[in-house]
Design a protein around this ligand. Sequence first.
Ligand code: PGA
Length: 246
Amino acid sequence: MMRSQLIVGNWKMNGSGPDLREAQAISAGLAGSTVRVGICPPTTLIERLAELARGTSLEVGGQDCRAETSGAFTGDVSAEMLADAGATLVILGHSERRAGYRETSELVSTKVLAALRAGLEPIICVGETLDQRNSGNALGIVTEQVAKSLPPELAGKAFSLAYEPVWAIGTGLTATTVQIEEMHRTIRESLIGIFGDQGLKPPILYGGSVKPNNAAEILSAAEVGGALVGGASLNAADFLGIIQAR
Ligand code: PGA
């Protein structure tokens, strides 16, 4: 099945006003591209980035949201607030949130519902730790994350998965093509198991140390529908190098 690739930059807690120059250059470099490209900057930059991206193909997203619409949740942001600021995408269940804030797949599922409620397209992250991979249980761990993080309400909705082995994030290590294809095939089978034929549609992104020099190989692997890019998305030349890699 042909799907357009989706390549999303996750700026994490990096960037302030002057760094929007990089986003401007990324947006300018997208003219004529058939790849869908998004940037998820820190929350403080969403509105400014959305303004800059208006009229271009660059999509804008948040990096997390709270499940509730509003209330006494100091420091948190709701899906509706992200949409109000101009976001159309939201990353959910990133391993840095699963590890640092003890987010469970059940909680991630409630955030996915919030994203749908607000009209945001969720990018749902899954991935195993190094211990889990070394114990031979990576496929089982990720299959369970997929099953528990995806509410049935996603049926027929636009969303994507991102497989990010925790040991490959920010480390310079990447999974081998064999590991990536095995995991992506397993995730695709889970999606078909949950959603039937509709499970063929969502792109499954790979994330973890994607760089211009490894992007072509990763993006052409079977069932890889794009990439979730951290460090290399902060620099326009690097991010465009990944986008143009195939
Ligand atoms: P990285 O981050 O590309 O810097 O490894 C990927 C991610 O955490 O989404």
